[in-house]
Design a protein around this ligand. Structure first.
Ligand code: AMP
Ligand code: GLY
Length: 416
């Protein structure tokens, strides 16, 4: 099978790595990819949101599968264009991707499908916002209705801060605060059937102890030793399948990965958000553990005929990823600084490094080129070993002003 991956981040490097491991993949291409994917695939410089350019490239490369990474590519309608051209595509059409692109749409689908989520109100004026804030009380949760790369959400005790965020957006969703730990569960969908991957946990805040601003994600781990038994089955039957059924009923079938961001609250499982693509950086750890060849699986979603009773195979042990972020991330990441220690990091047993926001600078040396620069992945027989490998490898990386969280998977490791 010839495969094209769209996107340029750590998630796409992880996807390329997993596809590269699948013996059925005879040619692997990325567009645009990054210096990490260049080591295992052919990179093609193009704007992945350009429908015409993507269809042309996929046709020229005669690929049997296109895998879409970023939400912006889905929202640009690249999935629609590929399917129209008869090219199998893993990633929903623009209409179904609204499950991520519009918080208000996601809420409407959840209400119709009876999916448990936070009570919420869509607000378009400051008067409406003030009313909603007072109805739900603190902590206040205010979400920009549009796409904001995980950064459009403010959770705060301060009513003023909540109001200021709402004022800066056109339309917001104000909602009830959900307590309890968060879990990311990805389900592969073919429009009708869905198969779950391993649940993972992401660390959204910039600094240790869940302090600082929300980011795209500063680290992740899987599996979750503390997750209640039966969690995945429960989420599949109360969240994922009803959502897939509802989108099918609306004639916008969901093909791709449905990412359920969940809170395990004192009152039960609630959906915090849906995303229409693989989570970043959770994918880096989840795909690390997947033993079932991934290309055939994603292609089955793209062309239909995913076997819902399929039991995926997982490697024993655990994976932890630590995001090395550029100076100033998330507000104003510094670009262009040289990265050192990549080989030393990769030489740490059980560890490897995925490129997330890198480019090749002068003399072909890697430099920071985005907020989240590298994803250092550690693996091992258990979370403690995986965590130790990840942090040892991260300590080898040199990047002026960079920062990373030191507490990824720490609580899970410390649990009895
Ligand atoms: P979202 O973009 O909707 O995933 O929100 C980003 C992050 O904000 C989530 O991962 C949560 O940590 C937090 N968050 C979002 N909605 C809520 C909520 N209703 N209650 C508590 N925290 C929330
Ligand atoms: N890790 C969170 C996200 O991908 O949105």
């Amino acid at each position: 099978m010839r495969v094209l991956v769209l996107g340029s981040g750590g998630r796409e490097h992880a996807l390329a790595r997993a596809l590269h491991r699948d013996p059925s993949v005879t040619a692997l291409h990325c567009a645009p990819g990054n210096p990490g994917t260049a080591e295992i695939a052919d990179n093609h410089q193009l704007d992945p949101t350009n429908r015409t350019a993507v269809v042309e490239l996929a046709a020229r490369l005669r690929v049997g599968l296109v895998v879409i990474g970023p939400e912006a590519v889905l929202v640009a309608g690249v999935g629609d264009a590929l399917r129209k051209a008869g090219i199998p595509c893993f990633g929903p059409d623009r209409a179904a991707a609204r499950i991520e692109a519009s918080k208000a749409f996601a809420k409407e689908v959840m209400a119709a499908a009876g999916v448990p989520t936070a009570d919420s109100r869509v607000c378009e004026s400051s008067g409406q916002v003030e009313e909603a804030l007072d109805a739900f009380g603190p902590p206040y949760v205010v979400k920009d209705d549009g796409l904001a790369a995980g950064k459009g959400v403010v959770v705060t005790e301060s009513r003023d801060e909540a109001l200021r965020h709402a004022d800066a957006c056109d339309r917001v969703v104000v909602e009830e605060y959900l307590d309890g730990p968060e879990v990311s569960l990805f389900a592969l969908c073919d429009g009708q059937h869905a198969v779950p991957l391993l649940p993972a946990q992401d660390f959204k805040r910039a600094y240790d102890g869940d302090e600082g601003p929300n980011t795209g994600g500063m680290g992740a781990y899987t599996p979750l030793p503390w997750a209640p038994p039966g969690l995945v089955d429960e989420v599949m039957s109360t969240v994922v399948q009803p959502t897939v059924d509802e989108l099918r009923r609306r004639e916008t079938p969901y093909v791709g990965v449905l990412y359920a961001g969940l809170a395990l609250t004192s009152r039960g499982v609630r959906v915090v958000e849906f995303n229409a693509r693989f989570g970043d950086p959770e994918t880096q750890v989840v795909l690390d553990r997947l033993a079932t060849p991934v290309a055939t699986l994603l292609q089955a979603c793209a062309i239909g005929g995913l076997d819902p009773s399929l039991q995926l195979e997982w490697l024993p042990g655990a994976a932890v990823t630590v995001v090395v972020a550029a100076e100033g991330y998330p507000a104003a990441p510094a670009k262009g600084d040289e990265i050192t220690g990549l080989e030393e990091a990769a030489a740490v047993e059980g560890a490897y490094v995925l490129h997330a926001g890198t480019a090749l600078g002068g003399e072909g040396r890697p430099v920071a080129n985005g907020g989240r620069v590298l994803n250092v992945v550690g693996t091992g027989p258990g979370l403690a070993a995986a965590r130790a490998a990840a942090y040892e490898a991260a300590s080898k990386i040199g990047l002026r002003g960079s920062h990373h969280r030191t507490d990824i998977a720490l609580k899970a490791v410390s649990m009895p």
